[in-house]
Design a binder for this molecule. Structure first.
Ligand code: ATP
Ligand code: MG
Length: 220
């Protein structure tokens, strides 16, 4: 089972939104997907409760179970899931650290603003400290969709610190509407640009994980 962890200390960058739509896109691509909410805010779990489709298993991992996250993931693997997507409350939490360590690939969403880019640094430090230097990628999210250089400047800035996932995700109302109805963007508006971007992001993530299989770091 491959595990993808959405993580960043900065709030509101799109961890939950990306986790939800990526889970749906991965399931549509043939994976057996479980999406786990490690955040006491329960945003992803609430999205799961609003869903009418059973294509993705969605569950909350309560604080009492977080120390046993590796065992929880092992049990899910035993049940036949091929992909687990973990949504976290951020780096400062015990759950965040465990979820980073458990990941085949960590995704670090960041909006294309100076403050957001700066705010990725503590997350980056934690990833390096945990031996995850080769197992994370930034995802530029909520990029203005008109003409402008802001996103490409942000992309250049992030690329200095690590791999940048492709494509950047635009700021699109489909993401907000899909979340509100318990859907992924590919379900909500399958022909829309948000859906295209998420399908491409899943393809990129899938390829990246296959190219760099999980390996335990001796630095961890
Ligand atoms: N690509 C996008 N286009 C439009 N809106 C977006 C996009 N990504 C996220 N949002 C919106 O931004 C807000 C924050 O997103 P989200 O809750 O997913 O972030 P988060 O990182 O999980 O936040 P938290 O740190 O509170 O858990 C939400 O209102 C969401 O609908
Ligand atoms: Mg969230």
């Amino acid at each position: 089972m491959r595990t993808i962890t959405l993580v960043t200390q900065k709030g509101g960058t799109g961890k939950t939104t990306i986790a939800a739509s990526l889970a749906v896109a991965a399931a549509a691509a043939g994976e057996s997907v479980v999406a786990l909410d490690l955040d006491a805010q329960r945003s992803l779990a609430g999205w799961g409760e609003a869903r009418s489709e059973a294509t993705v298993a969605v569950d909350q991992v309560g604080a009492e179970f977080l120390p046993r996250l590796p065992q929880v993931l092992e049990a899910l693997k035993g049940r036949g899931f091929t992909v687990a997507i973990l949504d976290t409350a951020g780096v400062g939490s015990t759950g965040g650290n465990l979820a980073m360590k458990a990941a085949t690939l960590c995704l670090v969403p960041a909006r294309p603003s100076r403050l957001d880019l700066q705010a990725t640094l503590p997350t980056l430090e934690s990833l390096v400290r945990l031996g995850m230097r080769d197992r994370f990628a930034f995802v530029l999210n909520q990029c203005p969709t008109g003409r402008g250089t802001r996103s490409s400047e942000a992309a250049r800035g992030l690329a200095e610190f690590g791999v940048l996932a492709d494509p950047p995700l635009g700021l699109r109302a489909d993401h907000q509407d899909a979340m509100a109805t318990g859907q992924g963007v590919t379900e909500y508006a399958g022909k829309g640009k948000a859906a295209d971007e998420i399908r491409m992001l899943w393809a990129w993530v899938d390829h990246k994980m296959k190219a760099k299989p999980a390996r335990k770091s001796v630095r961890a």
